[in-house]
Design a protein around this ligand. Sequence first.
Ligand code: NAP
Length: 293
Amino acid sequence: MERIGFCGLGTMGSAMAGNLRKAGFEVTVWNRSPGKAGELVAAGAREASSPAEVARNADIVVTCVSDTPDVEAVLFGPEGVAAGLASGGMVIDCSTISPDATRGFATRLADQGVGFVDAPVSGGSEGAHKATLTIFTGGTEADVERARPVLAAMGKTITHFGPAGAGQAVKAVNQVVISGVYLAVAEGVVLSMKAGLDPQAVVAALGGGVAGSWILANRSAKMVNNAYPLGFKTALHLKDLGIALEMARSLGVTLPVAGLAAQLEAGLLARGYGDEDMSNLARPIRQLSGMEG
Ligand code: NAP
């Protein structure tokens, strides 16, 4: 079995690294801020003091950090993964970042004989805990096949779309689609409540029909209660829409709904709600409808 390193123990990474341990992999972990590795160490993981030290103890290093500059810092910064990974090693990046930058990272790693797979995920914190993530991959056929047993310990549906960056391009599409669904579910929830209907009964009934979705089933209650524990941070979704809108601009594509979601999310960040779950897109819909939001 290959030895696995894991950098980034946030909402997603801590659960994903835990599932690698459960699958029997030897795992060495690192997080920028201390105090995040306790449970993993108790489960048999080793904690390293830098990404380079993680890499020195691993054949494959998985990264799951916030944004493009963060992946660059973890891979190529001082004491980064690239400084510790031997030729023949591999990086799997599960963060959601820019497809263009991803292609650059893959080339830089290839120059030192290190493979690379972009493997952004969908399925929320629930999917990360249950190891049921949907994973979109980009990379060479050989690298993706080598990554597959590692990805299979964290997710259920793994699809290879093309060379490095292709997985990130698909993830951008995913983030565009969920923008519209979150907004539509928020509108439906608010309309139900203002109509004096029982929103829970409405959600249960709609779930069996064409309006059913993961977001309706798993996030509408937060919108009803106007309380948005994580989940997925609004600030991270706005980061993802930045990537998608830039792709759209360069390809001559118009994304009016994603653009609206980005504007509403910018307003949520300005009000200090960026660290809430992105179902807080219901806040502006509620507020514009005369409800607390
Ligand atoms: P999170 O809980 O905010 O955790 C972010 C992680 O990145 C933390 O471990 C953080 O370290 C680390 N980090 C950020 N900047 C860094 C830097 N410059 N150097 C080193 N480490 C850095 O985020 P998350 O929800 O786990 O999301 C992680 C990635 O998965 C993001 O790209 C996100 O878009 C994607 N994603 C999230 C979800 C979801 O439902 N949450 C679903 C699919 C995909 P510190 O602890 O030191 O801050």
